[in-house]
Design a protein around this ligand. Structure first.
Ligand code: NAD
Ligand code: UFG
Length: 344
């Protein structure tokens, strides 16, 4: 049987496809390449010695989905496909709701028609809004996301909750990611955002290789020990492995389940800069500017539920996150455009 991985060429998708292939799972990746390159999965194939199937197409294309479910024996779907740039979601809300919400609904309709009811969905800690207390566990009520991207994630969660209630045969995991960073230890795959990065670590690594001049630290007056924002950064390989643990669980349980995927430890922006400087030996010039609209002061997970129920926890610490992020960026200063894997 084969797993369909939507958005499989992207940052989290490619690392998850690698772990799935390494675990012996057959994979078919579906991606429209709107924010990724075909090269990521070529490198995954070179690293694992196993070729994932690949279809360039859109998750909103129902005809294509029906063909995939007819042609291939799919027994579950890991759904990464979506748009994720918070600022862009404010200026282009319809594109975000269409890709993220309509895309998810179309996928579920096609799954239901094909009788495939096992689904892992990429949600986000953003659905908690601005919680009153840390750490955040899964019983913390969802809050009010501050932007259309966050609202699209919460909407899809609600759609999937209703879907699970409507038909008990569904097995659905809502995985609430905290802040994925780093890269595979080989340095061959990593995060390669199109345009100027929105997220902290790719911004730092691009400053380090000279693609960007300096980092703006968004806010130095938060009620945190050093005044900068605190987040729960999780190594991308740990995060990818969390999907395998969730799939194992779904094979034995029905219903809709929610798990935080985080480490349980928070680091400030200044902690991150210092740790990166140590790992890379490069100084990161930065300036403290005003707060970014919509940011919260702090956000870290209670990671206990995933540990108890999935037997999964993050193992890789900050030093490894930084070393792996730097290996990827320094060996691929222009991301996947640096050098393509020869095709046979
Ligand atoms: P990414 O942009 O690298 O990957 C998303 C992939 O989906 C890309 O390859 C893109 O080309 C593809 N895609 C987008 N719209 C599509 C569509 N309509 N049809 C087919 N393919 C489409 O992003 P990522 O960081 O790998 O994120 C994966 C998922 O995890 C997203 O749903 C994102 O919202 C969610 N998430 C990411 C983070 C994070 O910090 N990276 C945090 C929480 C949740
Ligand atoms: N930051 C800077 N300068 C930058 C970029 C970020 O100081 O150039 C700061 C932010 O203010 C924040 C921290 O670094 O304090 C992390 O910011 P990111 O943009 O890397 O991550 P966010 O926590 O804002 O958001 C991320 C994902 C969202 C997801 C959220 C919760 O981008 O998709 O985590 O999972 F919803």
């Amino acid at each position: 049987m084969t797993l369909l991985v939507t958005g499989g060429a992207g940052y989290i998708g490619s690392h998850t496809v690698l772990e799935l292939l390494a675990a012996g799972q057959d994979v078919l990746a579906l991606d429209n390449l709107s924010n990724s390159s075909r090269e990521s999965l070529r490198r995954v194939a070179a690293l694992t010695g196993r070729e994932p199937g690949f279809i360039q197409g859109d998750v909103r294309d129902r005809t294509l989905l029906d063909r995939i479910f007819t042609d291939t024996a799919i027994d579950g779907v890991v759904h990464f496909a979506g748009l994720k740039a918070v600022g862009e979601s404010v200026s282009e809300p319809l594109r975000y709701f269409d890709n993220n919400v309509t895309g998810s609904i179309t996928l579920c309709e096609a799954m239901a028609a094909a009788g495939v009811r096992r689904l892992v969905f990429s949600s986000s800690a953003t659905v908690y809004g601005d919680p009153a207390a840390m750490p955040i566990d899964e019983n913390c009520p969802t809050g009010t996301p501050t932007n259309p991207y966050g609202r699209s994630k919460l909407m899809v969660e609600q759609v999937l909750q209703d879907l699970g209630r409507s038909d008990p045969r569904w097995s659905i995991a809502l995985l609430r990611y905290f802040n994925p960073v780093g890269a595979h230890a080989s340095g061959r795959i990593g995060e390669d955002p199109h345009g100027v990065p929105n997220n902290l670590l790719p911004y730092i690594t691009q400053v380090a290789v000279g693609r960007l001049k300096q980092l703006s630290v968004f806010g130095g007056d938060y009620p945190t020990p050093d005044g900068t924002g605190i987040r729960d950064y999780i190594h991308i390989v740990d995060l990818a492995q969390g999907h395998l643990a969730a799939l194992d669980y779904l094979r034995q349980h029905t219903g809709v389940r929610i798990w935080n995927l985080g480490t349980g430890t928070g680091y400030s922006v200044l902690d991150m800069i210092r740790a990166f400087e140590v790992a890379s030996g490069r100084a990161i010039p930065y300036v403290i500017t005003g707060r970014r609209a919509g940011d919260i002061a702090e956000c870290w997970a209670d990671a206990g539920k995933a540990r108890r129920e999935l037997g999964w926890q993050a193992h890789r610490g900050l030093t490894q996150m930084m070393a792996d992020a730097w290996r990827w960026q320094s060996e691929n200063p222009d991301g996947y455009a640096t050098g393509d894997t020869p095709q046979n």
